[in-house]
Ligand binder design. Sequence first.
Ligand code: UTP
Length: 303
Amino acid sequence: MEIKKVVIPCAGLGTRFLPLTKTIPKEMLPLLNKPAIQYIVEEALNSEIDNFFIITGKGKESIADHFDTCEALKLLLQEKNKSHLIINLEKIIKAARFSYIRQCEQLGLGHAISMAQHSIGKEYFAVMLPDDIIISKTPALAQMLRVARQEKACVIAIQEVPVQTVSSYGIISVKKQITPNLFQVGSLVEKPDPKNSPSNLAIIGRYILSSKIFASINEIQNNEGEIQLTDAIAHMIRSGEKVFAYKVQGVRYDIGTPIGWAKAVIGVASQDPEAAPHIEKFISELNTLNSFLYDNSKTIEHS
Ligand code: UTP
């Protein structure tokens, strides 16, 4: 099973991140010095997927600019002997092929994916949601690809979540448990009430999908509300397609909200050799007498 293409939907309005997202795409929020979208692209490249289809919308031009060459910056850094600062990004730009597809109306994740139908053709392909940053030894997408090739079928990433939070997620019902981490999916439901939820296995932002998903997206289209990818996958299962769910191994940060993003910054920084000692010291001093906040001698006074 050859899977070389990935669709990354970035056209959402990011209302949970307003007012920041009025002018700045949330995909460009930094985790240390790298924008979130670069983590996603690196995860795909490290999983040997190099053909990117990014769904964009109004005001998201900085994503394409980030993955473009800039001769002026290159020369400036060469002159200052600082080329190492962009060497990794230049390697990404060389290794990857980026295409940008504009979604003019924000009609939901399912609709965003359908914008890539003609670019994907009849192949299996990956979908990565840039809100979900997954830090793991083996890239999350590589874990999913292994399962997709083994089962020759669609795979969605899942994570166990506390029952009281299921109403924030798409949730799967299990048809069959294959191994402790692998399940065949019976159905999916978007944001269920905890009382009626079929499980606490929540869908997170990585998918390996068959091109049959496009027919299902078209089938469930109506004139009301957003087109959900979860509903399209449920439709595909009802039409006879086998779908598996895999508990990806790694730490996941949902950076779609300010609190989730703040946690991701701290999590990523505390794994970074240069930043970690500073972050650890800062956290251990929070709310103690040594804290910047409570130590009057460190308080900056303005006259
Ligand atoms: P979300 O449901 O998180 O929506 O989209 P959002 O707009 O990003 O954020 P909020 O909820 O308003 O704060 C899930 C993914 O689907 C993409 C988003 O960019 C995100 O990656 N998406 C969503 C689109 O590309 N187009 C859409 O019409 C909707």
